[in-house]
Unconditional design. Structure first.
Length: 437
């Protein structure tokens, strides 16, 4: 089994006319903060500033907006010997601005599109808290995060597809999407993962890494002091989260048993036969026969599920977004496998000689993957499969983020979503023309 990156509960909005006004405002706030760093193949909107003992980065807005310049100069000054003086700081600043120009140009509209995806991948307060704490959010079109970070990190973590880090240089979130998420036609693809594959991967990895950020515990002064999922010194799973994961693993065994009892595997075989005929015998009577067989089998499956009270089947969404044309039973089976895998992700990076530490890492990962699974399979089915971790994330972690936001900002957290603005005829024509171009 492996993590599913190719599926989303809903296709995320990419333009202002399809997004709730409050989320659009949050996306624009993220860009205005100067904290969004994008590496889009041959262009980037930030520059890395590294030395023998530090790795920092500055975005285009930080290097060009007067409101940020004093802060940028202070950061640069802290990396230079006192003898460099103010001129030394200006020399470094000029060099960074020149390096940024050589890095290519990312349009404001592209920045907005990526920001819109990010605000749809997590709970609003998580991004609001991240901006308040000055968290840098990196997004790369590459298959790993190596090109996003300074040289000190390449060897140990550069091959990761996503990362949430806390270091002496501050907290940062790294997301790779493995291609250009905004390509809509095969003829424009450079990599097979360009298009929806990269779009869904960006959403899934961003949800997970921002989930790791949300997991951070802060004290009354807003200082980061630990995690909800585990204590860090020594590394031990917190009992509440440990028990939540164990109970959800029991729930997954129940769901696996339901798949078997409802004979879902037999329906999957029929769907595979239909897919084979669709590929090799399009338009033939054989394909029609298989299609009728699948329709009957799925109807009977749903009838059996309704009689058994199996909400996993009766309420399973039929409008999941994916590049692959998968059948109902095939997606249902993949849902159960994916939920089970993410409770106990199997990768070398999570292995430890000490089994207690290894379990703690599994708990950290599982809790952070709650929003990721909701992005893929929807909140209803994520809660159905992981009732305990879902409750822990949205009733413990998110309220903690709200409390931290209010403590640090001195403001009351309030965020309600309005429907996206209605499109007039002229707007619809403009969007259609833009899509065709």
């Amino acid at each position: 089994m492996s993590n599913a990156y190719h599926i989303l509960r809903r296709r995320p909005a990419q333009d202002v006319h399809a997004l709730a006004p409050e989320l659009e405002a949050l996306a624009r706030q993220l860009i205005a903060s100067g904290r969004l760093r994008i590496n889009a193949d041959h262009a980037r909107n930030y520059v890395i500033y590294s030395g023998s003992s530090f790795d920092k980065s500055f975005s285009k807005r930080e290097l060009s907006t007067p409101a940020f310049m004093d802060g940028v100069r202070r950061v640069i000054a802290d990396t230079l010997p006192g003898s460099a003086g103010a001129q030394g700081v200006e020399d470094v600043l000029l060099r960074l601005q020149q390096d940024l120009k050589r890095g290519g140009e990312i349009s404001h509209e592209r920045e907005l599109q990526i920001a819109r995806l990010l605000v749809q991948s997590t709970h609003p307060v998580v991004l609001m808290l991240a901006m308040l704490e000055g968290v840098d959010i990196f997004v790369s079109y590459s298959h790993n995060v190596a090109d996003l970070m300074g040289v000190h990190f390449w060897e140990c973590i550069g091959q990761s597809s996503g990362l949430q880090s806390i270091s002496g240089d501050g907290t940062a979130v790294y997301v790779s999407c493995g291609g250009d998420p905004f390509i809509t036609e095969d003829k424009h693809k450079t990599y097979t993962t360009d298009g929806f594959g990269a779009l869904s991967r960006l959403m899934v990895i961003a949800a997970q890494e921002l989930g790791h950020f949300a997991d951070i515990v802060r004290d009354a002064q807003g200082r980061q002091v630990g995690r909800h999922s585990a204590s860090l010194a020594p590394l031990r799973a917190r009992v509440m989260m440990q028990q939540a994961r164990k109970r959800d693993m029991e729930q997954m065994r129940v769901l696996y048993a339901q798949l078997s009892q409802l004979q879902v595997g037999a329906v999957v075989k029929k769907e595979r036969a239909q897919a084979f005929a669709r590929k090799h015998r399009p338009g033939s009577p054989v394909l029609l026969w298989h299609a009728l067989q699948v329709r009957l089998a799925v109807r009977q499956l749903k009838q059996r599920a309704a009689k058994a009270g199996a909400a996993m089947v009766t309420h399973f969404p039929t409008d999941l977004v994916s590049e692959d044309s998968q059948g109902f039973a095939t997606q249902l089976s993949e849902f159960v496998r994916d939920m089970a895998f993410n409770l106990a992700p199997d990768a070398e990076v999570y292995k430890r000689p000490d089994p207690v530490e290894e379990e703690a890492i599994a708990v950290i990962e599982a809790l952070a993957r709650v929003p990721q699974q909701a992005v893929k399979w929807g909140h209803h089915h994520t809660q159905l499969a992981w009732p305990n971790l879902y409750k822990a994330y949205y009733q413990v972690v998110i309220p903690s983020c709200i409390a931290a936001y209010e403590q640090i900002s001195g403001k009351r957290y309030h965020f309600t979503l309005s429907p996206p603005p209605r499109k007039g005829v002229i707007t619809q024509l403009k969007l259609l023309r833009k899509k065709r171009s």
